[in-house]
Design a protein. Structure first.
Length: 632
């Protein structure tokens, strides 16, 4: 009876709290929003006001309840500022589970920190962030800020998704704009959503409620492909004091070249004489370009520079030449100008660089990308150069810039192009060799691994110390607990983009003994144990972003006095995901030949296909661990 009276009083107190304070009370979160959630956005209101071509303001109000220690990152109480961005106001208030105020944090109490590291990053950018260590969960933070910037070339993307394992009770977004700047927007993945859209002559508003937390699913596409989002731009914009227009990619590129890329500075006579001497007598433009590329690699190093307009405009080529460093913009533009001086045309190219592919949106002209490379036209195609690397081969960008749309900046305008794709026929790892098992169960192996395409990334192994290289091999061959690499030789063929490893190895006690028999896994050095987890009620499609192929051939010598009691069956599995093939043949009484082919194809498939793919990988793992049985 006492408990019932206490509950009734408690409910009366909760019901008496007004609607705004109610968002601070963790106990009022709907149960369905707690499922899979580490944090809950109770209320988020973002208001962007485009005041003019040279100024816009962002006001943010955000109430977040953190349910456990993993949800602290979901608070997101921070703002960047620089000469171009000014924080007019920032503060936070922290509440306990019952909505009682614990602490109020004013602007002066936020941590202020440079985002430069003093060595590889040069920037005038700084960050104000909330530094709060909770003592109990759940707790709630109400965060407000107001920031204004002179850069109207880009605006924040609005989405109903901010991070995995975070739900949203209510989120609102309002953007207001003058009618004379050519405001435009694009909605993606809105079909089937419950987002409310309100549009007037000079404003656009979105409202979304009760969005459950999402778990990250294996092989899920980029969030931009599966969750609703909206992006915005102006046809007439300002970027660090430079006025631009963006009614078409051609016009956008023309302005970018004229105001940001075109460089009239003069390279030193010493450098010009050097590159002309290096390319003397060479007519082929690609051969010239290779020489210039190697010259730049030997002369410069990468430093990220984000100082005001320097965050978008390359530093002068003459300064790169004099100082010997630059960021992606500066090094790409410097290489472009050197090539121009030996009559090789090339183009400054803006791209989104990341191992997770992200395309330029061909249908929405706006400021996009985070990286710059160089494009050389050659026989109706382009060679793409990564100018920040001192070790990468000519025209090899690896998975950082492969298979995605980018923007080439030409004097006559912009052009959207797609970079090279490395498919399963080009990304190949071939292993050939032999190993023997002695009567004490010791394995001794000698084999060669050749890697091409994206597998060629292993060329970076050459820069490792011997100790780090040994650690790498122990990680790669992690199934071999007593592994000892007795010899390794690495060869890097930069011309053919092929990397070769010659390895000799020993493994003590490789076999398992039972009475007069011994057992061992026939595939000693390349077991693929990557099995996706079972996914009950998978929601999203899945993709295999890059294909590859593995070819393995080993001659196996078994110990004298033993015969083969059991040999795994040959395997052939072929489907829409790829191919898996294993054959084990007896050459004579004590020799076997093991051959294996694994080919995984690039694919984008419906969620309903995921279990079939998972079982395919499960079959691969099971057969990669198949054992031979020998009897004495």
């Amino acid at each position: 009876m006492i408990k019932i009276k206490f509950l009734a009083v408690f409910l009366l107190v909760i019901n008496g709290i007004n609607a705004q304070v109610d968002k601070h009370v963790a106990l009022t979160i709907p149960e369905e929003l707690k499922e899979n959630a580490n944090s809950v956005i109770r209320l988020q209101e973002i208001e962007i006001t485009i005041n003019s071509r040279e100024l816009y303001t962002t006001k943010t109000k955000r109430i977040v309840t953190v349910l456990n220690e993993y949800g602290n990152k979901g608070v997101d109480a921070s703002e960047y500022y620089s000469k171009s961005e000014r924080i007019k106001n920032i503060e936070a208030t922290i509440y306990d589970a019952f909505g009682k105020e614990i602490k109020k944090v004013k602007k002066k109490d936020f941590k202020d920190q440079s985002i430069a590291d003093g060595f590889s990053v040069l920037t005038d950018g700084r960050i104000l962030y909330l530094d709060f260590t909770p003592t109990q969960y759940p707790y709630t933070i109400e965060y407000t800020s107001e920031v204004e910037t002179i850069n109207t070339a880009f605006f924040p993307i609005w989405s109903t998704f901010e991070r995995y394992l975070q739900s949203i009770e209510q989120t609102e977004f309002l953007i207001s704009y003058p009618e004379n700047l050519g405001f435009k927007y694009k909605l993606s993945n809105f079909d089937g959503s419950t987002i409310v859209t309100e549009e007037t002559n000079n404003s656009l508003k979105f409202i979304a409620k009760n969005i459950n937390a999402q778990k990250k699913e294996e092989n899920a596409p980029d969030v931009s492909k599966i969750f609703p989002f909206a992006k915005f731009s102006l046809e007439k914009f300002n970027l660090e004091g430079v006025e631009g227009t963006a009614s078409s990619w051609e016009e956008f590129g023309k302005v970018w070249y004229r105001d940001l890329v075109d460089d009239k500075s003069e390279i030193s006579n010493e450098t010009l004489n050097k590159i002309k001497e290096l390319t003397k007598g060479i007519e082929d433009p690609i051969e010239k370009a290779k020489i210039i590329y190697q010259f730049v690699q030997s002369k410069t190093r990468y430093v990220s520079i984000q100082l005001g307009i320097g965050g978008w405009k390359p530093m002068l080529a003459k300064d790169v030449d004099r100082l010997g460093y630059g960021d992606c913009k500066a090094l790409s533009n410097y290489t472009r100008i050197l090539l121009e001086n030996v009559d090789v045309p090339s183009y400054y190219t803006v791209i989104y660089g990341d191992s997770d592919k992200r395309d330029f949106d061909k249908d929405f002209v706006s400021q996009q990308g985070n990286h710059v490379i160089l494009s050389i036209p050659y026989k109706n195609e382009y060679k793409f150069l990564e100018c920040t690397s001192q070790t990468s081969p000519f025209a090899y960008g690896g998975d950082f810039t492969d298979d995605r749309y980018a923007l080439i900046i030409k004097p006559e305008g912009g052009e959207i192009v797609k970079t090279n794709e490395w498919d399963e026929k080009q990304t190949v790892q071939s292993t050939k060799g032999s190993y023997s098992i002695d009567e004490n169960g010791k394995l001794a192996a000698s084999f060669t691994i050749e890697s091409t395409g994206l597998f060629y990334e292993k060329y970076q192994l050459k820069s490792l110390s011997n100790a780090d290289l040994m650690d790498y091999y122990k990680s790669v061959f992690s199934g071999l607990t007593n592994l000892k690499i007795t010899k390794s030789n690495l060869e890097d063929n930069r011309e053919k983009i092929k990397f070769k490893e010659e390895i000799e190895a020993q493994v003590e006690n490789y076999v398992t003994t039972a009475n007069q028999s011994i057992f061992f896994v026939v595939n000693a050095f390349n077991r693929n144990n990557n099995i996706p987890k079972k996914a009950r009620n998978r929601k999203h499609p899945f993709e295999i972003s890059r294909g590859f192929q593995e070819n393995d051939t080993f001659e196996i010598t078994i110990p004298n006095g033993y015969t083969v009691e059991f040999l795994p069956n040959d395997v052939l599995i072929q489907n829409e995901f790829g191919l898996y093939k294993v054959e084990i043949k007896k050459s004579n009484e004590n020799k076997l030949t093991f051959s294996r082919v694994l080919e995984i194809k690039k694919a984008e498939l419906d969620a309903s296909e995921f279990e079939k793919y998972r079982k395919f990988r499960e079959q691969i793992a099971r057969n990669d661990n198949a054992k031979i049985v020998l009897t004495k």
